[in-house]
Ligand binder design. Structure first.
Ligand code: NAP
Length: 283
């Protein structure tokens, strides 16, 4: 099994490499090594290396910044997967792509199923949705996994931000009326590997952590764990605030829980959040 990974320097890309089965062959490409917005390069690379599977872990993920550079977000999130999906179709490679809960507006009060209506609230979500649509249009054999609230030991994420702020401040104000499921990038990587192993059916799947909480709850668990592990010398006070008190350029979906029943027809697993925090929070 030869797998081409794009976006190898990101959270998911790095976690995927850490878990990659030893008997498979991996071609891991960072942004510098393969720019997914360069159609000629994408096509030539796939033709030359002839992977069996391509996993696109590359994306423009700066949600607020995307509002001021919509054309860049569109190039990466819409046309990048399209070029990959097309090249995969031409080379008969399976294409696996990652998308987001931000394709939804979060006004529902039950977990989102793959078939639920989309309604992105900003440029990031809109460009990711456009990428999904173009991908499945050009390559109906593609598999897309929507995930949410991603964190890991790598890159920039909520866990890293909380630790940094806890060291700088005595008090943290964290939104307590946005609800979702923290999702460990290592678990997403393992789920993708299971889907590749199973030669999973094409289409869209939802995968997120199985513990539902607010950002405030997540922050409390991070700070408590870091304190117990003596990573923090002092514990800041954490105050719950409403979304209205923390305005951002893009409105976040208030309810972001994804229904993961469909992907569980494959052997995917969900780590406990506490176990993951215990493992990744190190001095
Ligand atoms: N992070 C979240 O909370 C979250 C939530 C839901 C869904 N997702 C989705 O999950 C997937 C993985 O996210 P992540 O958190 O691992 O993202 P990440 O850490 O931001 O990594 C994205 C990677 O893509 C690379 N990249 C950007 N433009 C590229 C291009 N034109 N060609 C090749 N590589 C490029 C980036 O490299 P440079 O940094 O060098 O540009 C970076 O290494 C994405 O599809 C994202 O939309 C993420």
């Amino acid at each position: 099994m030869k797998v081409l990974l794009t976006g190898a320097g990101g959270q998911l890309g790095r976690c995927f490499q850490d878990r990659f089965p030893a008997q498979w062959q991996l071609i891991a490409t960072t942004h510098q090594q393969l720019d997914i917005t360069d159609q000629a390069a994408v096509t030539a690379f796939i033709k030359q290396h002839k992977p069996d599977v391509v996993l696109n872990a590359a994306a423009y993920t700066a949600v607020d910044k995307a509002e001021s550079v919509p054309e860049i977000a569109e190039k990466i999130n819409k046309f990048g997967p399209y070029y990959l999906a097309l090249a995969c179709r031409e080379s008969a490679a399976r294409f696996f792509h990652i998308s987001t809960d931000y394709v939804f507006d979060g006004t529902q009060n039950r977990p989102y199923k793959e078939s639920d209506n989309t309604n992105p609230l900003g440029i990031y979500g809109a460009t990711k949705l456009a990428g999904e649509k173009l991908t499945l249009e050009i390559n109906p054999n593609a598999t897309i996994i929507r995930t949410a609230w991603v964190f890991s030991e790598y890159g920039n994420n909520f866990v890293k931000t909380m630790l940094r702020l806890a060291k700088e401040r005595d008090e943290l104000k964290i939104v307590n009326d946005q609800i979702g499921c923290p999702t460990y990038a290592g678990d997403i990587a393992s789920a993708v590997i299971s889907l590749i192993q199973a030669d999973a059916n094409s289409g869209i799947y939802h995968y997120c952590g199985n513990e539902v909480m607010s950002w405030y709850d997540f922050a409390m668990q991070i700070i408590n764990t870091a304190s117990v592990k003596e990573i923090l010398s002092k514990k800041p006070t954490i105050i719950g605030i409403s979304t209205l008190e923390y305005p951002t350029p893009v409105t976040r979906p208030p309810y972001s829980v994804l229904d993961c029943a469909k992907i569980q027809t494959y052997p995917v697993t969900f780590s406990s959040l506490q176990d993951v925090l215990n493992n990744i929070l190190i001095i």
